[in-house]
Design a protein around this ligand. Structure first.
Ligand SMILES: Nc1ncnc2c1ncn2[C@@H]1O[C@H](COP(=O)(O)OP(=O)(O)OP(=O)(O)O)[C@@H](O)[C@H]1O
Ligand SMILES: [Mg+2]
Length: 148
């Protein structure tokens, strides 16, 4: 496990960037954390780390956004409003998993039971300081025993 303390939104993006740079294609990143924790900020950095220069925002209506770089594709899910299997099927969750695409998933709490076993878990927690977050990363090979 790796634990980071982020002092700003851009710190969080930078930690996301490092993870995005290091993960293998086809990784599934399951994100946990409250409203406004910084999951979308983390995803913004993560996409850049993969070399994808798209605008990243929460996929409010579609459940999923697709970001295409020159060589890589990232699927960004937001499971906040998921209300059953139909939503997941129509958003293509299982298809993208089967195809081995790289996925990053906000509100993974809501699909805990159907996350792949080998997913990378990112948990962002607010601390007592308004702009501070604790970011825990579990299951990412290059991030074991890192502490900042
Ligand atoms: N250390 C920090 N890391 C990330 N965001 C921070 C930090 N400090 C303050 N913020 C602010 O918190 C908010 C995080 O917003 P963001 O959309 O990334 O959260 P989220 O977890 O995706 O929320 P939601 O569950 O609504 O999708 C932004 O307004 C950002 O400026
Ligand atoms: Mg978000």
């Amino acid at each position: 496990m790796a634990v980071f303390i982020s002092k700003s939104s851009s710190d969080t993006e930078n930690i996301g960037y490092s993870l995005g740079k290091s993960v293998a294609d086809g990784s599934v990143i399951a994100m946990f954390g409250d409203l406004g924790a910084g999951k979308t900020a983390f995803t913004r950095g993560f996409a850049r780390g993969m070399g994808i220069m798209c605008d990243v925002s929460s996929p409010t209506f579609a459940l999923v956004n697709e970001y295409r770089g020159e060589r890589k594709i990232l699927y960004h899910f937001d499971m906040y409003r998921i209300s059953g299997w139909d939503d997941l099927y129509s958003a293509g969750y299982f298809d993208y998993l089967d195809m081995g695409h790289t996925l990053i998933i906000e509100w993974s709490e809501n699909i805990e039971a159907i996350l792949p076993q080998n997913c990378i878990r990112v948990t962002i927690t607010k601390t007592e300081d308004f702009n501070e977050r604790k970011i825990e990363i579990i299951g990412a090979e290059n991030f074991e025993d890192t502490c900042i």
